[in-house]
Design a protein around this ligand. Structure first.
Ligand SMILES: O=C(O)CCC(=O)C1=CC=C[C@@H](O)[C@@H]1C(=O)O
Ligand SMILES: [Mg+2]
Length: 373
């Protein structure tokens, strides 16, 4: 695939409502749109890094730096024939997975557009519509939390994920169970807010019969999680600790989790996501696609990977209007039937870009001509 030029657009969009986790509050999201031009086709990618290094070590700023100094020059060095070659080409560069995934995602989109097939099909996806859930931040009051749960349940979302932290855990979750019952698919995400010293407190959540508790312990741990999982009835789902198929293998071998959340950006791209999916499928570990409050391009990539068979649990990929007044793609992502998103059948990600929205929120744009041509 010949690359004619690469464009990186930096946009900043306000969220429809603040999103608070155990590590901070987000009012807007700044992110990068990657466009890779090749003949008559353009492949689209999105950097999902947050503005601050609080979820992981990357930020939009570090992604810009890595793209500029290392990854784009490496990508342009020699022709790529298949998207799987991108992660191999980037392998000498340590971590910076979200920067790598942003470019690799655009190459996957380009590749499937050149073949005239959907990204889902190019990845080996089988589902034509996917179950989706919603992630709810730490809310200022229990009433506000309950009203959000109520709204999202009425929209049919198939998984309600609630952010927790010490002091904001048992009580709000119990209130949700008392109000909506034990049938609703409820889980909690702690974003590493606890340590093993909190084991008794975490075990108090077991009677709530949560689908899972996501990343209760340190962002870089799989040892303590294995100890916790051996004492906890609730399945642990790892998010922050899994950066590669190797991490997943070790976590599965240690018994650190029973479920894995795959975020394309966190693991360095779609090729690695597929590898983690395949490994989990082999070991009977269900997976689901985590979200990073993506704009429409990232959302479209999430939809495509979720069509693989072991994605048996609804992911975080909610409709565009969960986060945006107007998304950067057209059509926007909507629920086709309650709690479901139809997988687009058009070539590549299957969505066009809404350039008007992008231009309205654009902070800067950089163009990289392929000087080797
Ligand atoms: O709806 C989404 O995109 C998921 C939002 C979400 O839960 C998260 C986004 C970004 C960082 C974290 O706070 C978090 C997560 O840990 O899964
Ligand atoms: Mg998480």
């Amino acid at each position: 695939m010949q690359i004619d030029k690469i464009e990186v657009q930096h946009v900043k969009m306000p969220l429809v409502s603040p999103f608070e986790t155990s590590f901070g509050k987000l009012l807007e999201k700044d992110f990068l749109i990657i466009k890779i031009y090749s003949g008559e086709h353009i492949g689209y990618g999105e950097s999902v890094a947050l503005p601050d290094p609080t979820y992981n070590e990357e930020t939009t700023g570090t992604v810009i730096y890595m793209l500029n100094e290392f990854l784009i020059p490496l990508l342009l060095k020699e022709e790529i024939n298949h998207p799987d070659e991108v992660s191999k080409r980037f392998a000498p560069i340590r971590r910076n997975n979200m920067a790598k995934a942003a470019l690799e995602g655009a190459i996957w989109d380009l590749y499937s557009k050149k073949l005239g097939i959907s990204l889902s099909k190019a990845l080996g996806g089988v589902q034509t519509s996917i179950d989706v859930g919603v992630s709810i931040g730490i809310e200022p009051t229990t009433e506000m939390l309950l009203s959000k749960v109520d709204r999202f349940l009425s929209e049919g979302y198939k998984k309600i994920k609630v952010k927790i932290k010490p002091g904001y855990d048992l009580e709000p979750l119990t209130k949700i169970r008392q109000t909506f019952g034990y049938e609703i698919p409820l889980m909690a995400d702690a974003n590493s807010a606890y340590t093993l010293a909190d084991i008794e407190r975490i075990k108090e959540l077991d009677p709530l019969k949560l689908m899972m508790i996501e990343q209760p312990l340190a962002y870089d741990d799989i040892i303590d999680h294995s100890i916790l999982q051996s004492e906890l009835a609730t399945p642990i789902c790892l998010d922050e600790s899994i950066h590669s198929v190797e991490d997943a293998r070790k976590a599965i071998e240690l018994g650190s989790c029973k479920i894995i959340n795959i975020k394309i950006g966190r693991v360095g791209g779609l090729t690695e996501s597929k590898k983690i999916h395949d490994l989990c499928e082999k070991h009977g570990i269900p997976v689901w696609c985590g979200g990073m409050l993506e704009g429409g391009i990232g959302r479209a990539h999430n939809i495509a990977i979720t069509t693989l068979p072991a994605f048996t649990i609804a992911g975080d990929t909610s409709a565009s209007n969960r986060y945006w007044k107007k998304d950067i793609i057209c059509p926007e992502v909507t629920l086709s039937t309650p709690g479901k998103i139809d997988v687009p059948s058009g070539a590549g990600i299957g969505f066009d870009l809404n350039e008007e929205v992008i231009n309205q929120h654009m902070i800067s744009k950089k163009v990289y001509p392929n000087l080797s041509i």
